[in-house]
Design a protein around this ligand. Sequence first.
Ligand code: ADP
Ligand code: MG
Length: 409
Amino acid sequence: MVLSLSTLGFSSALSRLNFFPKPPPSLFSALTTFRRNQLPLKSSLAASKRDGDVVVLGIETSCDDTAAAVVRSDGEILSQVVSSQADLLAKYGGVAPKMAEEAHSKVIDQVVQEALDKAYLTEKDLTAVAVTIGPGLSLCLRVGVQKARKIAGGFNLPIIGIHHMEAHALVARLIEKDLQFPFMALLISGGHNLLVLARDLGQYIQLGTTIDDAIGEAYDKTAKWLGLDLRRSGGPAIEKLAMEGNAESVKFSIPMKQHKDCNFSYAGLKTQVRLAIESKKIDAKIPISSASNGDRLSRADIAASFQRIAVLHLEERCERAIQWALKMEPSIRHLVVSGGVASNQYVRARLDMVVKKNGLQLVCPPPRLCTDNGVMIAWTGIEHFRMGRYDPPPPAEEPEDFVVCFPEH
Ligand code: ADP
Ligand code: MG
């Protein structure tokens, strides 16, 4: 049996899925693409719950991490469990969807059970279940959605479909209680590079996105070509090696200098890096741990020079986006930086300077909440639940062979 997400009762979440409109070519069209995404409030359950009573299980399986967490609406993280596919990632040099799906299926029950156990709760104590429904690899998303539906159906709990990128942005409100709408968010990960103006819950204007690759992808490929240890993904390996190198030594050009917008591009920088690696005759098959001192230094120089330019590109686009956003919402006080690449200390320090220069404050969740995690899903679930945006419990018994279809993102 094949069911689409809307027939499965993810209607409200589905409309949120399209919440990032196409990138605006100008400020004017940014304003015109603004859409109100207010959904009808379902009063009964949400209204009857006092704030402190809401406890949500969040499940995330959009890419290569199987994650679950239990969070309470006062912001207390009751548990957090992540099972990463780091070994698979290192072996294949990237995410292979079928392998990733199998890896999620193998651990999902255990990860969710551990999240409940660590929170000293059972399913009966939950108020609702939140689950990532996109963007991501549909094979992988399906594992999380099926698990969430099984729990929600079995225990008569409402279910909340979550947009992964919205969760990266909103988790900052769990950390920083002063973070009110409107605020700006730069979301940087392996698959996304987004600049967003968050006007209100469910109301987002996309100021910029990548026209090709995301910055995390550029970090990952650079690390792979430099023969670095990828078990913790490429980003942390580049960040560490870059500290040994001279960031001015290899001349890379800043992407999209001539485009006076807030979009990003990392494909060209990747090519520049690959050519530099080839010209220095660096052999990725020789792991950095076995490289000679001279070889190690040239790899470090490339890592540092790449990082400087990759982040300069972020700085330039953020600077412009802040000007755009302040014209639309002069009351903005914060720029949130989240997603896996936001764990990087150099990225944080550089963006902090840009943000301060423009009279704003930087909000960065701690690294474990920047990379994919269940807490951000649970928290975003709480935010929507409080507004009455959730779907009713799915049927207790769902056909064994049902397949969830995910729309293109
Ligand atoms: P996804 O891209 O699946 O949404 P995450 O949000 O967890 O996943 O982001 C993973 C990306 O973040 C990877 O590309 C990884 O290299 C990058 N990353 C993680 N830590 C760092 C770091 N310290 N510096 C730079 N990039 C990092
Ligand atoms: Mg992510």
